[in-house]
Design a protein around this ligand. Structure first.
Ligand code: ZN
Length: 410
Protein backbone atom coordinates (compact mmCIF):
# COMPACT_ATOMS: atom_id res chain seq x y z
CA UNK A 1 0.00 0.00 0.00
CA UNK A 2 1.18 3.48 -0.86
CA UNK A 3 1.92 5.65 2.19
CA UNK A 4 3.21 9.09 3.01
CA UNK A 5 5.75 9.30 5.82
CA UNK A 6 6.27 12.66 7.53
CA UNK A 7 6.38 15.48 8.19
CA UNK A 8 10.11 15.88 8.80
CA UNK A 9 11.71 19.19 9.73
CA UNK A 10 14.47 18.44 7.21
CA UNK A 11 15.02 15.73 4.61
CA UNK A 12 18.60 15.43 3.40
CA UNK A 13 18.09 13.65 0.11
CA UNK A 14 21.78 13.27 -0.84
CA UNK A 15 20.44 13.57 -4.40
CA UNK A 16 21.97 15.53 -7.22
CA UNK A 17 25.47 15.44 -5.77
CA UNK A 18 28.53 14.21 -7.66
CA UNK A 19 29.95 10.75 -7.03
CA UNK A 20 33.53 12.02 -7.03
CA UNK A 21 35.49 14.70 -5.27
CA UNK A 22 35.08 17.36 -2.61
CA UNK A 23 31.63 18.55 -1.54
CA UNK A 24 30.41 21.70 0.20
CA UNK A 25 27.47 21.68 2.58
CA UNK A 26 25.73 24.12 0.23
CA UNK A 27 25.44 21.21 -2.22
CA UNK A 28 23.17 19.31 0.16
CA UNK A 29 19.58 19.23 -1.08
CA UNK A 30 17.41 19.89 1.95
CA UNK A 31 13.63 19.60 1.87
CA UNK A 32 12.06 21.53 4.75
CA UNK A 33 8.75 20.22 6.15
CA UNK A 34 9.31 17.20 3.96
CA UNK A 35 7.58 13.93 3.34
CA UNK A 36 8.36 10.72 1.51
CA UNK A 37 5.94 8.55 -0.42
CA UNK A 38 6.76 4.86 -0.24
CA UNK A 39 5.19 2.09 -2.29
CA UNK A 40 6.16 -1.55 -2.04
CA UNK A 41 9.40 -0.79 -0.22
CA UNK A 42 10.52 1.82 -2.73
CA UNK A 43 10.53 5.62 -2.61
CA UNK A 44 8.26 7.04 -5.28
CA UNK A 45 8.50 10.70 -4.34
CA UNK A 46 10.07 13.07 -1.83
CA UNK A 47 8.92 16.66 -1.39
CA UNK A 48 6.98 19.09 0.72
CA UNK A 49 4.74 17.11 3.06
CA UNK A 50 1.59 19.21 2.66
CA UNK A 51 1.93 19.33 -1.12
CA UNK A 52 2.37 15.56 -1.29
CA UNK A 53 -0.65 15.04 0.98
CA UNK A 54 -2.78 17.36 -1.17
CA UNK A 55 -1.69 15.77 -4.42
CA UNK A 56 -2.46 12.29 -3.08
CA UNK A 57 -5.89 12.48 -1.42
CA UNK A 58 -6.75 9.43 0.66
CA UNK A 59 -3.16 8.23 0.84
CA UNK A 60 -2.29 6.28 3.98
CA UNK A 61 -0.37 8.49 6.40
CA UNK A 62 2.50 7.40 8.65
CA UNK A 63 2.65 10.51 10.78
CA UNK A 64 5.78 11.61 12.57
CA UNK A 65 5.26 13.71 15.66
CA UNK A 66 7.92 16.14 16.81
CA UNK A 67 10.91 17.49 14.90
CA UNK A 68 13.00 15.01 12.97
CA UNK A 69 15.70 15.02 10.30
CA UNK A 70 15.47 12.27 7.69
CA UNK A 71 18.50 10.71 6.01
CA UNK A 72 19.02 7.68 3.80
CA UNK A 73 20.03 4.61 5.80
CA UNK A 74 23.79 4.32 6.16
CA UNK A 75 25.70 1.75 4.14
CA UNK A 76 28.68 0.15 5.90
CA UNK A 77 30.68 -1.14 2.93
CA UNK A 78 33.49 -2.87 4.89
CA UNK A 79 33.02 -5.08 7.95
CA UNK A 80 34.21 -8.38 9.37
CA UNK A 81 31.31 -9.00 11.75
CA UNK A 82 31.05 -12.76 11.17
CA UNK A 83 33.47 -13.92 13.86
CA UNK A 84 33.59 -15.69 17.19
CA UNK A 85 35.62 -14.84 20.27
CA UNK A 86 37.36 -11.75 21.54
CA UNK A 87 40.76 -10.16 21.02
CA UNK A 88 40.78 -8.13 24.24
CA UNK A 89 44.19 -9.60 25.02
CA UNK A 90 45.62 -8.20 21.76
CA UNK A 91 44.06 -4.84 22.48
CA UNK A 92 45.61 -4.67 25.94
CA UNK A 93 49.01 -5.48 24.40
CA UNK A 94 48.55 -2.85 21.73
CA UNK A 95 47.63 -0.04 24.08
CA UNK A 96 50.80 -0.87 26.03
CA UNK A 97 52.73 -0.09 22.86
CA UNK A 98 53.15 -3.39 21.00
CA UNK A 99 52.62 -2.98 17.24
CA UNK A 100 50.03 -4.75 15.07
CA UNK A 101 52.82 -6.60 13.26
CA UNK A 102 54.51 -7.50 16.58
CA UNK A 103 51.30 -9.03 17.85
CA UNK A 104 50.78 -10.92 14.57
CA UNK A 105 54.33 -12.27 14.65
CA UNK A 106 53.82 -13.34 18.28
CA UNK A 107 50.90 -15.53 17.17
CA UNK A 108 48.09 -13.15 18.06
CA UNK A 109 46.31 -10.96 15.55
CA UNK A 110 44.07 -12.28 12.82
CA UNK A 111 45.20 -15.87 13.40
CA UNK A 112 43.75 -15.80 16.90
CA UNK A 113 40.32 -14.96 15.43
CA UNK A 114 40.77 -17.76 12.89
CA UNK A 115 41.28 -20.26 15.72
CA UNK A 116 38.27 -18.94 17.66
CA UNK A 117 36.04 -18.80 14.56
CA UNK A 118 37.04 -22.27 13.38
CA UNK A 119 36.02 -23.58 16.82
CA UNK A 120 32.51 -22.09 16.56
CA UNK A 121 29.74 -23.95 14.77
CA UNK A 122 27.57 -22.28 12.14
CA UNK A 123 24.66 -21.78 14.56
CA UNK A 124 26.81 -19.82 17.00
CA UNK A 125 28.39 -17.78 14.19
CA UNK A 126 24.96 -16.98 12.79
CA UNK A 127 23.68 -15.80 16.15
CA UNK A 128 26.74 -13.61 16.81
CA UNK A 129 26.48 -12.12 13.32
CA UNK A 130 22.76 -11.41 13.74
CA UNK A 131 23.35 -9.64 17.05
CA UNK A 132 25.93 -7.34 15.48
CA UNK A 133 23.83 -6.75 12.35
CA UNK A 134 20.80 -5.85 14.50
CA UNK A 135 22.84 -3.41 16.57
CA UNK A 136 24.05 -1.74 13.38
CA UNK A 137 20.51 -1.55 11.99
CA UNK A 138 19.21 0.17 15.14
CA UNK A 139 22.01 2.72 14.64
CA UNK A 140 20.71 3.47 11.15
CA UNK A 141 22.94 1.15 9.10
CA UNK A 142 20.56 -0.55 6.67
CA UNK A 143 23.10 -2.26 4.37
CA UNK A 144 26.21 -4.02 5.64
CA UNK A 145 29.01 -5.66 3.73
CA UNK A 146 30.30 -8.71 5.63
CA UNK A 147 33.54 -10.52 4.86
CA UNK A 148 34.58 -14.06 5.56
CA UNK A 149 38.29 -14.47 6.23
CA UNK A 150 38.42 -16.07 9.68
CA UNK A 151 38.02 -19.57 8.25
CA UNK A 152 41.01 -19.76 5.89
CA UNK A 153 40.11 -23.29 4.86
CA UNK A 154 37.47 -24.40 2.38
CA UNK A 155 35.16 -25.81 5.05
CA UNK A 156 35.53 -22.90 7.46
CA UNK A 157 35.21 -20.18 4.82
CA UNK A 158 32.03 -21.90 3.59
CA UNK A 159 30.77 -22.06 7.18
CA UNK A 160 31.21 -18.29 7.50
CA UNK A 161 29.67 -17.51 4.12
CA UNK A 162 26.68 -19.78 4.78
CA UNK A 163 26.12 -18.02 8.10
CA UNK A 164 26.15 -14.68 6.25
CA UNK A 165 23.68 -16.01 3.66
CA UNK A 166 21.36 -17.27 6.41
CA UNK A 167 21.55 -13.98 8.29
CA UNK A 168 20.78 -12.13 5.04
CA UNK A 169 17.57 -14.14 4.66
CA UNK A 170 16.03 -12.34 7.68
CA UNK A 171 13.47 -10.04 6.06
CA UNK A 172 13.50 -7.64 9.02
CA UNK A 173 17.28 -7.36 9.17
CA UNK A 174 19.65 -5.10 7.26
CA UNK A 175 20.74 -6.15 3.77
CA UNK A 176 24.00 -8.07 3.98
CA UNK A 177 26.49 -8.15 1.10
CA UNK A 178 28.89 -11.07 1.41
CA UNK A 179 32.55 -10.93 0.39
CA UNK A 180 34.96 -13.86 0.33
CA UNK A 181 38.14 -12.86 2.15
CA UNK A 182 39.79 -16.28 2.16
CA UNK A 183 42.95 -14.32 1.22
CA UNK A 184 43.02 -12.49 4.56
CA UNK A 185 46.18 -14.19 5.75
CA UNK A 186 48.27 -17.14 4.63
CA UNK A 187 47.11 -19.96 6.89
CA UNK A 188 49.80 -21.66 8.91
CA UNK A 189 48.94 -25.00 7.26
CA UNK A 190 50.54 -23.77 4.00
CA UNK A 191 54.11 -23.34 5.20
CA UNK A 192 54.68 -19.95 3.63
CA UNK A 193 53.59 -21.02 0.14
CA UNK A 194 51.19 -18.24 -0.76
CA UNK A 195 50.72 -19.25 -4.38
CA UNK A 196 49.78 -22.81 -3.41
CA UNK A 197 47.15 -21.50 -0.98
CA UNK A 198 45.71 -19.02 -3.48
CA UNK A 199 45.55 -21.73 -6.15
CA UNK A 200 43.72 -23.93 -3.63
CA UNK A 201 41.17 -21.17 -3.01
CA UNK A 202 40.74 -20.52 -6.74
CA UNK A 203 40.25 -24.20 -7.52
CA UNK A 204 38.44 -25.59 -4.50
CA UNK A 205 36.57 -22.69 -2.87
CA UNK A 206 35.53 -20.00 -5.35
CA UNK A 207 33.64 -22.41 -7.67
CA UNK A 208 31.59 -23.65 -4.68
CA UNK A 209 30.86 -20.06 -3.65
CA UNK A 210 29.62 -19.39 -7.20
CA UNK A 211 27.52 -22.54 -7.31
CA UNK A 212 25.88 -21.85 -3.94
CA UNK A 213 25.59 -18.10 -4.65
CA UNK A 214 27.32 -17.31 -1.35
CA UNK A 215 29.21 -14.21 -2.52
CA UNK A 216 29.85 -12.22 -5.66
CA UNK A 217 32.89 -10.41 -4.31
CA UNK A 218 36.45 -11.36 -3.48
CA UNK A 219 38.86 -9.46 -1.25
CA UNK A 220 42.56 -9.82 -0.45
CA UNK A 221 44.77 -8.27 2.23
CA UNK A 222 47.90 -6.89 0.58
CA UNK A 223 50.50 -6.29 3.27
CA UNK A 224 53.85 -7.57 4.55
CA UNK A 225 52.02 -9.78 7.04
CA UNK A 226 49.62 -11.12 4.40
CA UNK A 227 50.00 -11.26 0.58
CA UNK A 228 52.42 -9.43 -1.70
CA UNK A 229 51.45 -7.44 -4.80
CA UNK A 230 52.49 -10.10 -7.32
CA UNK A 231 50.50 -12.87 -5.66
CA UNK A 232 47.55 -10.54 -5.14
CA UNK A 233 47.53 -9.50 -8.81
CA UNK A 234 47.60 -13.13 -9.87
CA UNK A 235 44.75 -14.01 -7.49
CA UNK A 236 42.55 -11.01 -8.28
CA UNK A 237 42.81 -11.49 -12.03
CA UNK A 238 41.98 -15.18 -11.68
CA UNK A 239 38.99 -14.40 -9.41
CA UNK A 240 37.82 -11.78 -11.90
CA UNK A 241 37.99 -14.36 -14.68
CA UNK A 242 35.71 -16.56 -12.56
CA UNK A 243 33.19 -13.70 -12.53
CA UNK A 244 33.83 -12.12 -9.13
CA UNK A 245 33.88 -8.43 -8.33
CA UNK A 246 37.02 -7.31 -6.54
CA UNK A 247 37.88 -5.27 -3.48
CA UNK A 248 41.26 -4.92 -1.78
CA UNK A 249 42.69 -4.23 1.69
CA UNK A 250 45.29 -1.76 0.45
CA UNK A 251 48.01 0.55 1.79
CA UNK A 252 47.21 0.08 5.48
CA UNK A 253 50.80 -0.02 6.73
CA UNK A 254 52.81 -0.03 3.48
CA UNK A 255 52.06 1.02 -0.10
CA UNK A 256 51.53 -1.10 -3.19
CA UNK A 257 48.01 -2.40 -2.65
CA UNK A 258 46.20 0.60 -4.08
CA UNK A 259 48.13 0.31 -7.35
CA UNK A 260 47.12 -3.36 -7.58
CA UNK A 261 43.48 -2.51 -6.84
CA UNK A 262 43.34 0.13 -9.57
CA UNK A 263 45.19 -2.02 -12.10
CA UNK A 264 42.83 -4.95 -11.50
CA UNK A 265 39.72 -2.74 -11.73
CA UNK A 266 38.63 -3.33 -8.12
CA UNK A 267 35.36 -1.76 -7.03
CA UNK A 268 37.14 -0.37 -4.01
CA UNK A 269 40.53 0.00 -2.35
CA UNK A 270 40.06 0.06 1.40
CA UNK A 271 42.26 1.47 4.24
CA UNK A 272 44.85 3.74 2.48
CA UNK A 273 46.33 5.03 5.75
CA UNK A 274 49.81 4.76 4.20
CA UNK A 275 48.88 6.23 0.80
CA UNK A 276 50.87 9.29 -0.25
CA UNK A 277 50.31 11.79 -3.04
CA UNK A 278 51.80 9.31 -5.53
CA UNK A 279 49.29 6.60 -4.63
CA UNK A 280 46.38 9.04 -4.50
CA UNK A 281 47.20 10.14 -8.05
CA UNK A 282 46.62 6.56 -9.22
CA UNK A 283 42.91 6.96 -8.52
CA UNK A 284 42.56 9.72 -11.09
CA UNK A 285 40.25 8.59 -13.87
CA UNK A 286 39.60 5.26 -12.16
CA UNK A 287 36.23 3.93 -11.03
CA UNK A 288 37.74 2.44 -7.87
CA UNK A 289 36.19 3.84 -4.68
CA UNK A 290 38.56 4.83 -1.87
CA UNK A 291 37.13 3.41 1.34
CA UNK A 292 38.52 4.95 4.52
CA UNK A 293 38.20 3.13 7.84
CA UNK A 294 38.51 5.49 10.81
CA UNK A 295 37.58 2.71 13.25
CA UNK A 296 40.83 0.91 12.41
CA UNK A 297 42.86 4.08 13.01
CA UNK A 298 41.13 4.57 16.36
CA UNK A 299 41.66 0.94 17.36
CA UNK A 300 45.29 0.90 16.31
CA UNK A 301 46.14 4.41 17.47
CA UNK A 302 47.48 5.35 14.05
CA UNK A 303 46.92 8.10 11.50
CA UNK A 304 43.70 8.31 9.52
CA UNK A 305 43.62 7.66 5.80
CA UNK A 306 44.17 10.96 3.93
CA UNK A 307 40.47 11.49 3.24
CA UNK A 308 40.85 15.23 2.66
CA UNK A 309 43.61 14.74 0.10
CA UNK A 310 41.69 11.93 -1.58
CA UNK A 311 38.60 14.11 -1.97
CA UNK A 312 40.61 17.09 -3.18
CA UNK A 313 42.24 14.81 -5.77
CA UNK A 314 38.77 13.92 -7.07
CA UNK A 315 38.37 10.45 -5.56
CA UNK A 316 35.07 8.90 -4.58
CA UNK A 317 35.55 8.44 -0.82
CA UNK A 318 33.33 6.13 1.23
CA UNK A 319 33.57 5.74 5.00
CA UNK A 320 33.15 2.31 6.60
CA UNK A 321 33.60 0.86 10.07
CA UNK A 322 35.95 -2.10 9.42
CA UNK A 323 34.16 -3.58 12.46
CA UNK A 324 36.30 -6.58 13.38
CA UNK A 325 37.47 -8.30 16.56
CA UNK A 326 41.05 -7.05 16.30
CA UNK A 327 41.81 -3.56 15.05
CA UNK A 328 38.28 -2.09 15.03
CA UNK A 329 36.18 -3.64 17.79
CA UNK A 330 33.93 -0.60 18.38
CA UNK A 331 31.65 -0.86 15.37
CA UNK A 332 30.02 2.55 15.76
CA UNK A 333 30.08 3.89 12.20
CA UNK A 334 28.61 7.34 12.85
CA UNK A 335 30.87 8.03 15.83
CA UNK A 336 33.94 7.02 13.83
CA UNK A 337 32.98 9.14 10.82
CA UNK A 338 32.22 12.15 13.03
CA UNK A 339 35.53 11.92 14.90
CA UNK A 340 37.53 11.49 11.69
CA UNK A 341 35.80 14.46 10.07
CA UNK A 342 37.19 16.74 12.79
CA UNK A 343 40.75 15.49 12.22
CA UNK A 344 40.61 15.30 8.43
CA UNK A 345 38.54 18.47 7.91
CA UNK A 346 35.63 16.97 6.04
CA UNK A 347 32.38 18.75 5.34
CA UNK A 348 29.12 17.28 6.60
CA UNK A 349 28.16 16.69 2.97
CA UNK A 350 31.35 14.67 2.41
CA UNK A 351 30.71 12.57 5.50
CA UNK A 352 27.08 11.83 4.69
CA UNK A 353 27.92 11.10 1.02
CA UNK A 354 30.64 8.73 2.22
CA UNK A 355 28.16 6.89 4.43
CA UNK A 356 25.42 6.65 1.78
CA UNK A 357 25.56 6.81 -2.01
CA UNK A 358 29.34 6.73 -2.26
CA UNK A 359 29.42 3.62 -0.07
CA UNK A 360 26.70 2.16 -2.30
CA UNK A 361 29.01 2.62 -5.27
CA UNK A 362 31.73 0.63 -3.48
CA UNK A 363 29.22 -2.23 -3.31
CA UNK A 364 28.01 -1.68 -6.91
CA UNK A 365 24.51 -0.88 -5.60
CA UNK A 366 22.71 1.83 -7.53
CA UNK A 367 19.37 1.40 -5.80
CA UNK A 368 20.14 2.97 -2.42
CA UNK A 369 21.93 5.76 -0.60
CA UNK A 370 19.67 8.60 -1.70
CA UNK A 371 16.13 9.72 -0.95
CA UNK A 372 14.69 9.95 -4.45
CA UNK A 373 12.25 8.20 -6.73
CA UNK A 374 13.16 4.59 -7.40
CA UNK A 375 15.50 4.18 -4.45
CA UNK A 376 14.87 1.54 -1.78
CA UNK A 377 13.06 3.10 1.20
CA UNK A 378 15.89 2.56 3.69
CA UNK A 379 15.61 5.60 5.94
CA UNK A 380 16.58 6.91 9.36
CA UNK A 381 15.37 9.89 11.38
CA UNK A 382 17.26 11.88 14.03
CA UNK A 383 15.63 14.19 16.54
CA UNK A 384 15.92 17.91 15.83
CA UNK A 385 15.60 20.46 13.07
CA UNK A 386 19.25 21.06 12.10
CA UNK A 387 21.21 18.30 10.35
CA UNK A 388 24.48 19.73 11.67
CA UNK A 389 23.56 18.39 15.15
CA UNK A 390 24.26 14.85 13.93
CA UNK A 391 28.05 15.15 13.50
CA UNK A 392 28.27 17.80 16.22
CA UNK A 393 27.14 15.24 18.76
CA UNK A 394 29.82 12.84 17.49
CA UNK A 395 27.75 9.70 17.41
CA UNK A 396 25.82 10.34 20.61
CA UNK A 397 22.74 11.48 18.71
CA UNK A 398 21.17 8.24 17.53
CA UNK A 399 18.34 7.71 15.05
CA UNK A 400 14.98 7.50 16.78
CA UNK A 401 13.38 5.79 13.79
CA UNK A 402 14.73 3.43 11.16
CA UNK A 403 12.89 2.06 8.11
CA UNK A 404 14.03 -0.94 6.09
CA UNK A 405 12.30 -1.32 2.71
CA UNK A 406 9.73 1.18 3.92
CA UNK A 407 8.90 -0.81 7.02
CA UNK A 408 9.50 0.93 10.34
CA UNK A 409 11.69 -1.32 12.45
CA UNK A 410 12.58 1.21 15.15
ZN1 ZN B 1 39.08 -4.93 6.93
Amino acid sequence: MKKLIGPFSQILTLSGMPVNGALADTQLEIISDGGVIVYDGTITEAGNYSSLAMANPGISLEEISGQHILLPGFIDCHTHICFAGSRARDYSMRIQGRSYLDIAKAGGGIWDSVVQTRAADETLLLSLLQQRASRHLLQGVTTIEVKSGYGLSVANELKQLRAIKNAAANADGPDLVATCLAAHLLPKDFDGNARAYLDHILTDLLPVIKAEKLAERVDIFIEESAFDCADATYYLNAAKALGFDLTVHADQFSTGGLAVAVACGALSADHLEASTTAEIALLEGSETVAVVLPGASLGLGMQYAPARKLLDAGACVAIASDWNPGSAPMGNLLLQAAVMSAAEKLSTAEVFAGLTYRAAKALKLGDRGRISSGQIADLQAYPGNDYREILYQQGQLQPVSVWKNGKKIK
